[in-house]
Design a protein around this ligand. Structure first.
Ligand code: ZN
Length: 233
């Protein structure tokens, strides 16, 4: 037993769910990765490298600090952990990161196409755009830096050029919803482009208004976390 057991179980369950839904691109492989921040600590629980999700147990989930130093676990963390750490360092509102190889977003990743705001409920949830993170090799410093730059837009979903998708959120459940909304919006956008008809997007002022609501939600989460971290009187 360890104080991290509950975090390991939640990361494991989310990973298996994403794998079963096909968001990792295959059901038998080990692609994609999931992490969550340990509340009140500068550490995360993250999936291990090269272990198929079907064989994964809670004990295989790694606990590392934000410098990638191992805290608990026998296995090596995913090679893409530095990208997760970039997200936690850049965004104080983020407590969960999911990296997938989901097909709709992957189509956008090979045609260099960011996704504009098209539906109000999606824009309210994930922010006013889905930007592209320029390609760099998995686990490289360059990819870490590209993620840091992209996440400054304070949205929740990103397309990773020639790779897949990255979603960030205040907890694993919300981030899973962002994965689903990204897949819906990517699939619709690609199909709409394929018709050859012009694609209408939300009016600029509506997209800006919805994005402001997204920022306010993030600010409330940042305030909640700062209050938790503050020393008690
Ligand atoms: Zn990947």
């Amino acid at each position: 037993m360890s104080s991290y057991d509950d975090y390991k179980r939640r990361v494991l369950e989310m990973s298996k769910r994403l794998s079963e839904y096909g968001y990792f691109g295959s059901h038998s492989g080990s692609a994609g990765n999931v992490s969550m921040l340990i509340e009140g600590e500068t550490a995360i629980a993250v999936t291990p490298t090269r272990l198929p999700y079907g064989a994964m147990t809670a004990n295989d989930i790694c606990i590392v600090d934000l410098e990638l130093k191992p805290i608990e676990g026998e296995r090596k963390p995913s090679i893409e952990t530095p990208m997760h750490l970039a997200a936690y360092r850049t965004r104080e509102d983020v407590s969960a990161v999911i990296h997938t190889h989901q097909s709709g977003a992957s189509v956008c990743s090979v045609i260099d196409t960011p996704i504009p705001p098209m539906f109000d409920e999606v824009t309210l949830a994930i922010g006013s755009r889905v930007d592209l993170i320029p390609y760099a090799l998995s686990g490289s410093r360059e990819l870490h830096d590209n993620v840091t730059k992209a996440l400054a837009n304070r949205c929740h979903c990103y397309i990773m050029q020639n790779h897949g998708a990255l979603c960030v959120g205040a907890d694993l459940e919300k981030t899973f919803t962002f994965v689903e909304l990204l897949e819906k919006t990517a699939a619709i956008y690609v199909q709409a482009l394929a018709t050859g008809h012009p694609v209408t997007t939300l009016p600029e002022e509506i997209a800006a208004q919805l994005h402001t609501a997204t920022l306010e939600r993030q600010n409330r989460e940042i305030a909640r976390r700062r209050a938790l971290a503050a020393p008690r009187a």
